[in-house]
Design a protein around this ligand. Structure first.
Ligand code: GCO
Ligand code: MG
Length: 403
């Protein structure tokens, strides 16, 4: 089953997505997501200029061999650009294998290990009252798990707050990054207050999550985790920048609040110490930034040995192709924890026709052969690339802080 064409489509149906399309001699086509938010064209070029020419003539059935060929053959290993490009090829080949077999990808991965995939949605607000309204909206939609973020009093621009009060979840500017504001002391006072507010109003029947977005030092994270314990968060996400894996030992000494890390990682090596020393509870690597289904399964298999569960990144900057691929993996692995589902906005449905479903807090990838996502290239061409920068973050005294 020879590959006859591999092409990259960069489009912006609501936000920017890089999609790889692979065609085979017998007419089976597969798609992969190659979106690296804010740095999209670097992956598009890696694919177009370096990987697509190598794919022509290869046997589409040899997924592992192709993965090794692209990874080891590059010499320059790991890194978000390389691993996102390899992920797109890998996911497209799994899509092709599923279509050729007439089976959804999860069946090829061993079949369903559960009936559905518990997902968490994002509730946010410019005030605690706004947050409550959004939390209620998610409950009404059926969510069993909800992430909460609210504007920190005293900081005029904070990440992760959608809609109300004119705030934007993830400001993305065309010419240069927007500058958010930050002050750890204000946040550390406010975050436990926010969790208390939600538990007082809604009780303990729903899983509540919170994303710290890499902004604390280890000892600050220990303090936050301890302060959150009475409100029993499902997890505290990305408490510190996790390049420094050993820093999590200090967090662990101070709190039993579960810790989730990994959305900026791109290989099993980035989380090896976190997993083998049991320094985290959930590993959040994504299918499209971590070398695709082939490598993500390797990460989750290592995690399984150490009692760490999955909690894949599923923000709206990963395309519906990535969402579908994640759901196939989630359904099939033994150590699934939870899946993020932020959903997609704008005219994305013109371009990506998805077969996955959401019902009562659980998702399912569907029964269509392959990934179950159809990509309409013609529709994509009506939504051209729209360059955007992600924000940067500064403390009130002007110091650049982790974003
Ligand atoms: C999350 C995230 C994201 C990231 C985004 C960056 O969903 O947990 O932290 O929303 O900020 O993916 O591009
Ligand atoms: Mg996050």
């Amino acid at each position: 089953m020879k590959i006859t064409d591999a092409r990259v489509v960069v489009s912006s149906p609501g936000r920017n997505y890089v999609t790889l399309v692979i065609e085979t001699e017998d007419g089976v086509t597969g798609v992969g997501d190659a979106t690296l938010n804010g740095r999209e064209l670097s992956v598009a070029s890696y694919l177009r200029d370096h990987l697509c020419p190598l794919l022509i003539g290869r046997d589409a059935r040899r997924i592992e061999d192709t993965w090794q060929y692209l990874y080891k053959g590059a010499y320059w290993r790991r890194g978000p650009v390389t691993m996102t490009a390899i992920a797109a090829v890998d996911v497209a080949l799994w899509d092709i294998k599923g279509k050729a077999a007439g089976m959804p990808v999860y069946q090829l991965l061993g079949g369903a290990a559960r009936d559905g995939v518990m997902v968490y949605g994002h509730a946010s607000g410019s005030s605690l009252d706004d947050l409550s309204q959004d939390f209620q909206r998610h409950l009404d939609l059926g969510y069993k798990a909800i992430r909460v973020q609210a504007a920190v009093p005293g900081l005029d621009k904070t990440y992760g707050i959608a809609g109300a009060g004119g705030r934007v979840y993830e400001p993305a500017n065309a010419n240069r990054p927007q500058e958010d504001s930050w002050e750890t002391s204000l946040y550390l006072d406010f975050a436990p207050e926010m969790l208390r507010h939600i538990r007082d109003e809604f009780g303990y029947g729903t899983h509540v999550l919170h994303d710290v977005h890499h902004r604390l030092s280890p000892i600050e994270a220990g303090r936050l985790g301890a302060a959150l314990e009475p409100y029993r968060p499902f997890w505290m996400e990305d408490p510190t920048p996790a390049e420094d894996q050993s820093a999590f030992r200090l967090i662990r000494q101070h709190t039993t609040t579960p810790v989730a890390v990994g959305e900026v990682f791109n290989s099993v090596w980035d989380c090896q110490q976190l997993i083998t020393e049991r320094l985290i509870d959930y590993i959040r690597t994504s299918v499209s930034h971590t070398g695709g289904i082939t490598h993500l399964r390797r990460v989750f298999s290592l995690a399984d040995l150490y009692g760490v569960r999955s909690g894949s990144h599923g923000a709206g900057d990963l395309s519906p192709v990535a969402m579908a691929a994640a759901l196939h993996v989630d359904l099939s692995i033994p150590n699934f924890g939870i899946q993020e589902y932020m959903g997609h906005t704008g005219p994305f449905e013109e371009v990506f026709r998805t077969g996955y479903t959401f019902s009562d807090g659980y998702m399912h990838p569907g029964e269509a052969p392959g990934l179950g996502v159809e990509f309409d290239e013609e529709a994509a061409s009506r939504h051209p690339y729209d360059p955007r920068y992600l924000p940067v973050n500064r403390r009130l005294d002007g110091t650049v802080h982790d974003w």
